[in-house]
Design a binder for this molecule. Structure first.
Ligand SMILES: CC(C)(COP(=O)(O)OP(=O)(O)OC[C@H]1O[C@@H](n2cnc3c(N)ncnc32)[C@H](O)[C@@H]1OP(=O)(O)O)[C@@H](O)C(=O)NCCC(=O)NCCS
Length: 176
């Protein structure tokens, strides 16, 4: 399915565009954001390559993931990312990040709700999981508010910021 555009009240989930490079640096170039992610803070050059790869990957059929920009609905400017990676057996893995100056406005929650509806309805997924760092209380609280249940701790799940990090696994299942 391409291109995807999902309209919310205050945000839009849309495909990445080349012009998103500068705006995306406010997310992937900010150590306060990437400290909670599974990759290190990126320099602009590296992000330019990543963005180009993301643009190409969106055209692969079948899509391995739906990695979308969270854009401000008024300006269409990228303020974050949200992704569902597709696994076997109608499963998906959710990930997200928002630029720091837009935190605590309910915007990622809105984006996640839109993505969950897309995943469970349009993609007919049965299970969507998410893994977050044990210290990432913001993400854990959000997943619980979204109806995810805690399933356990994955030890040394990711190598990030020069160290192994455990992850807490959450999942939501819909009997569709
Ligand atoms: C986690 C993150 C995406 C939350 O985004 P956000 O837009 O600020 O979250 P929202 O405003 O939509 O909040 C939704 C819910 O999440 C929880 N939450 C969000 N931030 C929180 C915080 N700092 N402390 C506690 N709970 C928090 C709350 O339950 C909140 O609902 P409430 O406002 O009604 O209490 C954002 O902090 C971020 O980008 N962090 C860095 C990247 C990251 O951690 N990604 C997830 C990796 S698993």
């Amino acid at each position: 399915m391409y291109p995807v555009r999902i309209e919310g009240e205050r945000i839009v989930l849309r495909e990445f565009e080349e012009r998103d490079l500068d705006a995306s640096m406010a997310v992937v170039g900010d150590p306060d954001v990437t400290v909670s992610l599974s990759f290190d803070t990126r320099a602009r050059e590296e992000q330019a390559e990543r963005l180009a790869a993301d643009l190409r990957r969106a055209l692969v059929e079948p899509r391995p993931d739906y990695y979308l920009a969270i854009a401000d609905r008024r300006t269409d400017e990228l303020i974050g990312f949200i992704r569902v990676g597709l696994g076997g057996h109608r499963s998906g893995e959710l990930g997200y990040a928002l630029r720091k100056d837009r935190w605590r406005q309910g915007l990622t929650y809105e984006a996640a709700q839109l993505m969950l509806t897309f995943g469970f309805e349009a993609l007919a997924l049965h299970r969507i999981q998410a893994a977050c760092g044990p210290d990432n209380f913001a993400s854990q609280a959000m997943l619980q508010r979204l109806g995810f249940e805690y399933e356990g701790r994955m030890r040394h799940h990711v190598f990030t910021n020069s160290a192994w990090r455990d992850s807490l696994l959450y999942a939501k299942i819909i009997n569709n």
